[in-house]
Design a protein around this ligand. Structure first.
Ligand code: ADP
Ligand code: MG
Length: 597
């Protein structure tokens, strides 16, 4: 029996719908990408569930998406024969937003349409994007495995509520019927639809079909007047369906057959990013575990980069069947900004996700992919700055165009993701040295965050035995710290660290390439051979002479300071605070205090 019920959208959905229809206006056509991607996900899910239950395929084993339109009714329909939805699933999935972070996301919206549209794109409004072009959406669906009379119809005008009722539907899967707004009628046109699908959905591995059309001349009304006597001709449907996409997953195609645009569009489709990626790597990895990897580094950080629990952007496929997009199984957390696809032919298909995560093959894929990302970054770092000065032979190096395109990219990458990368020092011991080489800091000789440990070492003074650094909240605070005085006087470079994670990360890095790292704020800075004998002697004499004063000061500061010493580290300032060598730095102490510890 068909009983109709009207239900309200979850508050966030109602709010989101309002935003979608009002802000995404300038980028209307993405609705088609979202709906086709849902259809494709639904087919992936059926394929996955079907591995253990082939009855789910019923009598339609060929999975596909059909796009059709009705000019008179002004409807556009996207139909798939994927997993489908039960009535409860339709209520749950099309009336609420299950994604974590929705509230956060809402809080980030600024009210500025252009900016918000970008955020919404990143967040991926998915199904609700249909309301950009439709003032009413009807969804008809039946879940694979349920009886024909257990279908569902879901209707909404995209405002406060939606209706659901039970229907009989012979075909498994889902039809999304968009009742187009007057200003979206351009989508009632096969050419337009094909163009948008080619742009956004060509990489989809399942066939997208449209009904073939033919040109039909208008009827001759007045045979004596060949030109004026005809009704206008038009395209008519032929009843025959044709596949309009390449229908082969992008990553399975040979590199040489894929254009930069196609790589970029695929990236946008899987990342919800509006911008093209900074770089990518597409490889077939052979060896013990064979797999294909297509990994992207975004140009801009997403709004939720700091959410360490967020789902990673790397998806695992086994022989083109989507298996999981579990973050940590495929990428370490500190590389959570990487997007892409890994497709393996070796993994068993019909094994639980839990077991997969523990599999040796998955671990080796993760290691291989981590290394690949690090080499991509190393490559960017290597080409970040070109030495355009003439070499010793007086001939300027030839710079090839590809390398030229990489100039400045690492600095740009680092300003977006550098702080996240540093988490790797504590997380990925195996790659710590490679990571350390990728770190960049500002220093007393460079305000720009471009100094690597290797650059620093190359500039070290004769006799200098440590890499000196200081941590502070801001660059200005770091630069003006009294603790730097003696270093300035002696012309010794000091790295200025102002990221919140620096302090924590440096706990995991005691040295670089054999040279110890030394905080200028800790203990008695020993400048070793950089200090001349006369200075040492003067310091010792001063310590003797000031003994009574020091004793008084110590007494006065009994509860506040552990020790009071004469120092050579100051030049202009009368006094400064330092911590003991094994003590927590002032910066870290402040951070912990802020965090309530
Ligand atoms: P997402 O795809 O990121 O999960 P969407 O808003 O695009 O978010 O879709 C919400 C949910 O609705 C999907 O997760 C899925 O459960 C369901 N859904 C949407 N379209 C379909 C479809 N064509 N077939 C089956 N389920 C669908
Ligand atoms: Mg979706």
């Amino acid at each position: 029996m068909s009983t109709k019920q009207t239900l309200s959208f979850q508050a966030e959905v109602a709010q989101l719908l309002h935003l979608v229809t009002h802000s995404l206006y300038s980028n209307q056509e993405i609705f088609l990408r979202e709906l086709i991607s849902n259809a494709s996900d639904a087919c992936d899910k059926l394929r996955f569930e079907g591995l253990n239950n082939s009855a789910l395929f019923e009598d339609a084993p060929n999975l596909e998406v059909r796009v059709s339109f009705d000019k008179d009714a002004k409807t556009l329909t996207i139909a798939d024969n994927g997993i489908g939805m039960s009535q409860q699933e339709a209520i749950d999935h099309l009336g609420t937003i299950a994604k974590s972070g929705t509230k956060d996301f809402m809080g980030k919206l600024s009210g500025d349409q252009k900016q918000d549209a970008q955020l919404i794109g990143q967040f991926g409004v998915g199904f609700y994007s249909g309301f950009i072009v439709a003032d009413k959406i009807t969804v008809e669906s039946r879940r694979a495995g349920l009886a024909a009379d257990e279908g569902v119809r879901w209707i909404s005008g995209g405002t406060g509520d939606f209706e659901v009722e039970t229907i009989t539907r012979a075909a498994r899967g889902t039809s999304i019927i968009l009742h187009l707004r007057d200003d979206a009628e351009e989508y009632l046109n096969a050419w337009k639809l094909k163009q948008v699908i080619a742009k956004y959905s060509d990489h989809i591995s399942l066939p997208i079909l449209m009904e073939k059309e033919e040109w039909k001349d208008g009827e001759l009304i007045n045979p004596s007047d060949e030109n004026g006597g005809r009704q206008p001709g038009g395209m008519v449907k032929t009843g025959e369906w044709e596949t309009i996409n390449k229908a082969s997953a992008l990553w399975t195609r040979p590199k040489k057959d894929i254009t930069e645009e196609q790589y970029a569009e695929f990236y946008k489709a899987i990342s919800h990013d509006h911008e093209a990626p900074m770089t990518w790597a597409h490889n077939r990895v052979e060896g013990n575990t064979e797999y294909t990897q297509l990994l992207y580094i975004p140009a801009k950080a997403p709004f939720d980069l700091w959410n360490r629990d967020k789902k990673a952007g790397v998806k695992l496929y086994v022989k083109r069947v989507f298996i999981m997009d579990d973050a940590e199984a495929l990428m370490p957390t500190y590389l959570r900004f990487v997007k892409g696809v890994i497709d393996s032919a070796d993994l068993p298909l019909n094994v639980s996700r839990e077991l997969l995560q523990e599999s040796r093959d998955v671990r080796s894929i993760r290691e291989g992919s981590t290394k690949r990302v690090l080499s991509m970054l190393e490559d960017l770092a290597k080409h970040d700055k070109h030495d355009t000065t003439a070499g010793a032979d007086g001939v300027t190096d030839v710079v090839d165009a590809d390398d030229k395109a990489k100039e400045g990219k690492y600095t740009a990458f680092y300003s977006e993701f550098g702080a996240v990368l540093k988490e790797g020092l504590g997380e990925d011991f195996g790659n710590r040295e490679r990571l350390a080489k990728l770190l960049r800091f500002a220093s007393t000789t460079s305000d720009a965050v471009t100094v690597g440990f290797a650059d620093y070492k190359a500039r070290m003074k004769e006799g200098q035995e440590a890499i000196y650094y200081i941590t502070a909240d801001t660059l200005a605070a770091a630069k003006n710290s009294p603790q730097l005085e003696v270093f300035k006087k002696k012309g010794i470079e000091v790295l200025l660290m102002t990221d919140r994670v620096d302090e924590w990360a440096l706990n995991y890095l005691q040295e670089f390439d054999g040279t110890p790292l030394q905080s200028v704020a800790k203990g008695a800075v020993d400048l070793g051979t950089l200090q001349d004998e006369a200075e040492k002697k003067a310091a010792e004499e001063a310590a003797e002479a000031f003994k009574p004063v020091l004793a008084k000061l110590k007494e006065a500061l009994k509860d506040k300071a552990e020790d009071v010493r004469v120092t050579t580290r100051l030049v202009d300032s009368p006094a400064c605070l330092v911590v003991q060598d094994d003590g927590m730095s002032t910066q870290l102490a402040r951070m912990l205090k802020q965090a309530g510890q």
